[in-house]
Ligand binder design. Structure first.
Ligand code: AHM
Ligand code: MG
Length: 353
């Protein structure tokens, strides 16, 4: 504690970091590493950032301003839409339209892709789930936004060019950036660029900025934690049941801990920090799985791979290589620590028919 030199009591002094890396600064520094950059990508990210901040703001206030509950409609995949699903979606669309840098947008909440013909020279395509895990909203459990960004080929630029949904049916290996936010005790943002590191930011509400708090996130190679909706085990394939049974009744050593929030963003964020596995396998009830390839699986897979983990579907294929058949196509998912996913592959090899 610092003494004041006179007789007044000593006052604890907070060590002030005067060299804060905000997301805005981070993006600018990234841009300067690419002399060929036009600044369009940075502007698009600023618009994304604004949508995250505004969604976080409304989620925090939801109970106070009567935004909990259903909107009275259902989305493309038949899920009931919450009022906040609709608001999150509208905020996201407005931010992308306003950026002038997004040519086409796919949202979980919209049956068709939204094409922004008012921005014919915009180079980017954005895919998103504006509020993932929304069944948890009314209980105040963490939800988040998942996003991915593709760059459109030059031949699609210009006022006479037609851009449509099929132009975005591309594998995750072609994403230029992806990430997710989690609106929890504080709002967290995780972002990665193709072939780059994974960086985590925390929203400082007083500054109104995302601050770099988790630079170069690396997934621990293993950890005895599994995250899956075990209520579906009746529908799982034999090999999936054998794998999870082994985690609970291992031949040697201690059983794993189970952690399942039911929001992919929150389960994935914990897995990224602590290690282990998050799974939503395909099963007999949902043979294609539940989670959507374009705006849930591929962005998460890019984050996990760039953090040193693995991301596979229920046939043990790399999620990033899947080409969706339509914009809302689904897949089984296994995301996790490198060694844990290797173990899963072993069970698949031994038991899958
Ligand atoms: P949503 O996009 O409609 O919110 O659904 C996706 C969510 C994921 O966040 C989560 O991992 C999963 O659905 C939970 O499903 P379940 O309730 O079947 O366990
Ligand atoms: Mg979702």
């Amino acid at each position: 504690m610092a003494s004041n030199g006179d007789n007044t009591p000593p006052v604890a002094q907070e060590k002030v970091n005067t060299d804060i890396v905000s997301l805005t600064r981070f993006l600018t520094e990234e841009q300067t590493k690419h002399p060929e950059a036009t600044g369009d990508f940075t502007l698009l990210c600023h618009a994304l950032q604004f949508s995250f901040k505004s969604i976080a703001y409304y989620i925090r206030r939801a109970t106070l301003i009567n935004l909990t509950g259903l909107a009275g409609s259902s989305n493309t995949t038949g899920d009931d839409q919450k009022k906040l699903d609709v608001i999150g979606n509208d905020l996201f669309i407005a931010a992308m339209r306003g950026s002038g840098k997004c040519r086409i947008l796919v949202s979980e909440e919209e049956e068709e892709a939204i094409v922004f013909d008012e921005s014919p020279f915009a180079r980017y395509a954005v895919v998103c789930d504006p509020i993932d895990g929304s069944s948890n909203l009314d209980a105040g459990v963490s939800v988040g936004t998942i996003f991915g960004i593709f760059k459109l080929p030059d031949e699609l630029l210009g006022p006479n060019k037609k851009v449509e949904a099929k132009d975005i049916l591309r594998p995750g290996t072609e994403l230029v950036a992806a990430g997710f936010t989690m609106y929890g005790a504080s709002a967290q943002l995780v972002i990665t660029m193709r072939g780059g590191s994974v960086n985590g930011f925390t929203m400082d509400n007083s500054l109104g900025e995302f601050i770099l708090t988790h630079p170069n996130m690396r997934l621990p190679a293993k950890r005895s934690i599994y995250s899956v909706n075990e209520g579906n085990s009746m529908y799982w394939d034999h090999w999936v049941n054998e794998y999870f049974k082994d985690l609970k009744f291992p031949a040697t050593g201690k059983p794993y801990s189970a952690r399942y929030i039911g929001s992919m963003v929150a389960d994935a964020y914990r897995t990224l920090l602590y290690g282990g596995v998050f799974a939503y396998p395909a099963d007999s009830k949902a043979p294609k799985g539940k989670l959507r390839i374009l705006y849930e699986c591929a962005p998460m897979a890019m984050v996990f791979e760039n953090a040193g983990g693995q991301a596979l579907n229920s046939k043990m294929e790399r999620l990033l290589e899947l080409v969706p058949e339509d914009i809302h196509d689904k897949s089984g998912v296994f995301l996790g620590s490198n060694d844990e996913v290797e173990k899963i592959k072993g069970f698949y090899k031994k038991y899958a028919k």
